[in-house]
Design a protein around this ligand. Structure first.
Ligand code: SF4
Length: 87
């Protein structure tokens, strides 16, 4: 998807439906991930996700459930991406 020149892409981690609630990401990036009421990892609301060991959580996830996704300026995923849905 093309991004206009005057808008900087903002990225945010995303957890898809493959999560097996192992808690690796919540241990590594406790300030980004938490387990929801169903035991699935979810992304906390943060002003920025840079410099928060997200890449280490992506590498540690045993089922490759975490990826970086583009967001709008309000932190909402773009391109019809939804939390816990496969992309
Ligand atoms: S590391 Fe992966 S499988 Fe484990 S809780 Fe996080 S997203 Fe889920």
């Amino acid at each position: 998807m093309a991004i206009s020149d005057n808008k900087k892409p903002i990225r945010k981690p995303h957890v898809n439906a493959s999560c097996i609630w192992c808690s690796a990401c919540t241990a590594i990036s406790w300030d980004v991930f938490e387990l929801d009421e169903n035991g699935l990892s979810r992304v906390k609301i943060c002003e920025t996700y840079e410099g928060k060991d997200v890449d280490d959580s992506i590498a540690a996830c045993p089922v490759n459930a975490i990826s970086w996704q583009e967001t709008d300026e309000n932190g909402n995923y773009t391109n019809w991406v939804e939390e816990h849905k496969n992309i």
